[in-house]
Structure formats: structure tokens, C-alpha cells
Design a protein around this ligand. Structure first.
Ligand SMILES: [Zn+2]
Length: 129
């Protein structure tokens, strides 16, 4: 099954190797270490906040930043960039002005020219980050 572990979209592309490479239209491109991929469905304290990781990661993807590898518990490997899911959830912006900055930056990246119309196809999945 190609279900994104962050948003549960079933059209994600998932490639399994040493780490799990995931490409999702909602969450962008990211990796999970194998343990995080296997254990995430039972991580009930993380599940309600995974949308924050989805938003954070899509923000990275649209800015063409290096692919992030996420862990549940950091294994102190040499993989970079990396973060635990809890770290991303904790640093999620809570102030409206911080989120507004991200929305404007993302819309400017996605706009090909001034006045370009962007269509949001799904109000839930096509979040403006
Ligand atoms: Zn996703």
C-alpha cells in the first residue's frame, strides 16, 4: 500500500530501502528511517500532530531544500538533514504572523508571474502551509 504515513493519502510514492523515501502531493518529499515508518501507526501521541510535520515538510519541498529524514527517536546516525518528529511538532509556529509569512513565501514561490491564479483543489489537502 502506498499510504503516506503523515497524511494517509493513498496516492503517495513510497520506495523502501535503508530508509523509506516518500513522495506525497500533500506532504512533499521526505524520508523516514525504517523504525519510524514501522512504528508511526501506533505512535498515538504523535498522530494528532502529524499534520504539522506535513506542513513543515511541504514548505521545505517547495523551497527545494534537501530531503529531510525523520525519526521517532534520533539514532544519532550521520544522516543529514534529520530531525525527530517531536522536534518538528514542537517548533511549529503558533503565532499567526509566523504562519502568514510562510503562506506568502510559498505563494510567491508557486506563482509564475504577478497575478498568476493558483487553484487549491482540495481545501483539506491543499493547505497553504
Ligand atoms: Zn502525505
Amino acid at each position: 500500500m502506498n499510504q503516506c504515513p503523515l497524511c494517509n493519502d493513498t496516492s503517495a510514492y513510497i520506495e523502501r530501502s535503508e530508509s523509506i523515501h516518500i513522495e506525497c502531493r500533500t506532504c512533499g518529499i521526505y524520508k523516514l528511517n525504517r523504525k519510524a515508518f514501522d512504528d508511526l501507526p501506533t505512535e498515538h501521541r504523535l498522530q494528532p500532530n502529524l499534520f504539522k510535520v506535513s506542513i513543515y515538510n511541504m514548505f521545505r519541498t517547495v523551497r527545494n531544500l534537501p530531503i529531510m529524514t525523520y525519526f521517532i527517536n534520533d539514532d544519532l546516525s550521520q544522516i543529514t538533514p534529520r530531525a525527530t518528529l517531536a522536534e518538528i511538532i514542537e517548533q511549529f509556529p503558533t503565532h499567526v504572523s509566523n504562519r502568514a509569512d510562510r503562506v506568502l513565501l510559498t505563494l510567491s514561490i508557486k506563482s509564475k508571474f504577478a497575478g498568476h491564479r493558483l487553484r487549491l483543489l482540495n481545501q483539506i489537502k491543499d493547505h497553504p502551509y
